[in-house]
Design a protein. Sequence first.
Length: 586
Amino acid sequence: MRRGPAALAVAAALAAAYFPASDGMHDGPMLKLLQLCTLVPAVLLAARTASGWIRGDLGLAVSRMISRPSSTVFVTALAAWVFAFSAWTALVPLENIPRGGDETAYLFQSRILERGRLWAPAPPVADPGRFFPFRHLILDDGRWFTMYTPLHAFLMVPFTSTGQHSLMGPLEGALSITGTFVLLSLLAGGRAARKASLVMAASPFFLLMSATRMAHNTTLLFVVYGALLVTSAVSMRKPALCLPGGFLLGLAVNAKPYPDIAWIPFVLLALWFHGGQSRLRLMALTAAGAIPAAALLLLTNAAYTGDPFTASYNLARGGSLLGFCPDKAWFPEYGDHAHTPLRGLINLARQAGAASNSLLGWPLISLVPAFWALARGRRFPERLWGWGLAAGFAFLLWFHYSASVDYGPRHYFTLLPVMCALTAAGLGEMAGEARRRLGERGGSFVFLATAGLFAISALFYLPSQIGLRAGRWMAVDRDPIDLAREHCTVPALVFMQASEHGYPNIVSGLNATSPFLDGELVFCAHQEPAEDMELMAALPGRNPYLYWFDGVEGHIEEWTPDRAARLAPVRSVRAPGESFPEEDSR
């Protein structure tokens, strides 16, 4: 009887110690370590104590409860939650604008495709890149487009045309979790599918990505429904379903070629082992279905680069981003531009570190349940398939020059249904082990501990990540657009003291700029007064303005030669990765 109050007192003390200790700490690894040492033990102690006060097995009771609604009601409720939360995040805290360069690039390309064009004409001045210093945009032989394959941007066109591009990701998220539930129901049964789908609906990685315009959402959607059709072809003995299934898997690779191409050999290998006597036919139909999507990728590559086997990304990079070489890296993340096998392993470690937080929002331990499921893989060989696919992704990403974890381990995003299924299985294994040791109390303990850890995610991780993205994350915000709409007489040409590195960012203006330079507002980088006047002459009839940031707030004033001369040109005030010196801000 005395252990309960004492344990609760220790839990309360640990939780209370977190707040003064975390005051002023940056939301990084040290803060997560502090949470691991304070909040997590507090949750475990409280769960262990509370489990002794509950009659019966709370875990089994909740499992029975989530099995009661019909499948339609259950998955509709999850999809509605995903759409509502991610749409609110995109529209309210993220202010209905792209918050990173990748998102801006997709929106930019969508605005081009909306006009029925593959590219916009380059701005009508010599060396237009000096006014639009943004590495995601390509200026090539009088053409202006982005470095990404166009499929995702093409699908965004209806949302762009109606001004609702923020809702594309939430809709794709809702559709993806619906397809995941149906897919896992076929593969693992209804109860396992419900548990895995609940984990997915609570995953900050999934919810936050669904609030973006990133192509990873489109790729996940295609992967889920492609795998669903192929699985249905086997379970329903309808091989013809492999054709559309292969087509969707091919479209997934079209939208995000690397490393999601790993899905196609994985599915073909699974068909070889589980397709029975029809395996070769199923494999052939799946591969045949992927051919039109592959042809589309080759055609778009040829249209943009002149070579079907060279992507636009390589034009922006000046070469391939894959492989080990002294000059592979996009930016000197490790001090120089080399990519080496060791740095590839470091990148994989960084991706795993990001997933250890973002997958579930549990500080540094989000991967523990999935690894627990792997430890029991001998009894459940299907789990090894999931980890085998993850290993395939890891091998491909070993060659990749960058960890790319600014949105979480995004190059693993299409593995999310697999990881959520493994997580749910691992939690089930933990509950079973706890029941063997503690009886009914063990099931209650694991459920309460899991609920408490998700409470940490909801109270600490999710708000901090939303706040990070709603601030000057990637140095992008609405300030230039809002000031321009308030103070500028349109049509306006706004010269920003901003580039693609640090704050303020040229992307903040490009979010409101038409690729055809015919909208009410055109934002560009400020250079020397004579250069600014060159662009003014190329875009006649626009009222010119200057935007700059003084270290505290942004300003917009009418462009005059004297003001333009006092405002240092972008090329002179910023090197990559550096901020504007305060003395040069005016």
